[in-house]
Design a protein around this ligand. Structure first.
Ligand code: HEC
Length: 177
């Protein structure tokens, strides 16, 4: 039942050929000479070596967490994951289960690229949540890398799983790419 609802929402967002643009690397983004401070999430992911994306913000920064929450809602993440990320019709983001890994790098790329492109880049599924459906590419909905870090900071601030699993659970091998 949940899976059907989540899949319907995912299919609506991933209607072809929309997903194609998510995979296209932007040539300017990879040129270090012209690297601006803020990039679109996909450009930032394309321009950064695997494993090297790092959230500049801290969960203790309430201003960032608040702005991240507003962006989480305006980018429609909440429509699938619930208003505080605890899981709506799609998987929860606040427990100790990380589907592809719980590190900053993996989460940033998952949201920017979507789960299918992420997997095509060598990131693998390590766990399953209560619902299994593809995560759509949101790298064109979220305006910038800065906005995405704010959203991920908000998600981190909602975490209520076991302490040792906050950035990936060592036992399930999802602590890093
Ligand atoms: C149309 C529904 C939908 C929307 C909108 C959506 N997601 Fe997802 N998300 C999913 C699904 C489905 C998965 C599970 C992917 C899988 O199992 O491969 C997922 C997985 C995730 C995960 C990994 C969770 C884990 O436990 O490892 C994160 C983080 C995430 N989404 C963040 C976001 C953010 C941030 C946004 C908004 C920018 C967003 N999602 C928008 C459906 C959605």
């Amino acid at each position: 039942m949940l899976r059907a609802l989540c899949l319907t929402a995912v299919m609506a967002l991933m209607a072809p050929p929309g997903n194609a643009q998510a995979t296209g690397a932007s040539p300017e983004a990879t040129s270090p000479a012209a690297a601006p401070k803020t990039l679109k999430p996909i450009e930032r992911a394309d321009a950064t070596p695997a494993g090297k994306l790092k959230n500049p913000y801290k969960v203790s920064d309430q201003t960032i967490v608040k702005s991240g929450q507003a962006l989480f809602v305006s980018a429609a993440c909440s429509g699938c994951h619930g208003g505080t990320g605890g899981g709506g019709i799609c998987p929860p983001l606040t427990d100790g289960v990380w589907i592809y890994g719980g590190d900053d790098d993996t989460l940033f790329r998952l949201v920017a690229y979507g789960s299918q492109t992420l997997q095509s880049k060598g990131y693998t599924r390590k766990a399953e949540e209560n619902v299994v459906a593809p995560m759509p590419a949101m790298g064109t909905v979220v305006a910038s890398d800065d906005d995405l870090w704010r959203i991920l900071t908000f998600i981190r601030a909602q975490y209520h799983g076991p302490a040792e699993c906050q950035f990936g659970c060592p036992k399930s091998g999802d602590a890093g790419h």
